[in-house]
Design a protein around this ligand. Structure first.
Ligand code: FES
Length: 156
């Protein structure tokens, strides 16, 4: 049986096809633009390799920042020489934190959240501790790694 008229006109079909093609081109361009503007967004490494002396030789009660993907990381050397590495992002709404050496705590200014020098949430709205990293010293390198991450260093 042949219909005496088409359910979709040629014009509607071609407009839909052209519109879909334009949408595909535009979304590809938008994705490329966002990757250019935010190259590390959503990417976190399993580990970072740093120069040991740059971090272990800092004075006590001091933090040194490192890049953790697109986020800050904090390496803390306490007064007693023990160390801690944490992601410098609050566990409440992901604001960047800072270290307050006068009270020996990490502080999030967004909603007044506090973390102790072990990264435990102690006051304010943060619901859980800071993300802690493993610290591995190998030769002149300091490796800071996600908990449980497999660290494959190239042979020197
Ligand atoms: S984002 Fe840090 S306390 Fe809210």
């Amino acid at each position: 049986m042949k219909l005496d008229h088409s359910l979709v006109t040629r014009r509607t079909f071609l407009n839909t096809l052209f519109g879909g093609w334009l949408a595909a081109i535009a979304s590809g361009g938008l994705y490329a633009f966002l990757k250019f503007v935010f190259p590390t967004a959503g990417k976190e490494p399993d580990f970072v390799v740093l120069n040991r002396a740059d971090f272990l030789d800092i004075p006590g009660n001091t933090v040194k920042m490192f890049a953790w993907g697109g986020k800050p990381g904090f390496f803390l050397k306490r007064d007693d020489g023990t160390t801690l590495a944490v992601k410098g992002v609050c566990t409440h709404m992901e604001c960047n934190i800072s270290y307050q050496p006068d009270v020996k705590k990490f502080y999030c200014a967004c909603h007044k959240g506090w973390f102790d020098d072990n990264g435990r949430n102690i006051a304010g709205p943060p619901p859980k501790p800071l993300e802690r990293f493993d610290i591995v010293i190998t030769g002149q390198k300091l490796v800071i790694a996600k908990k449980g991450a497999k660290v494959d260093l190239p042979k020197a």
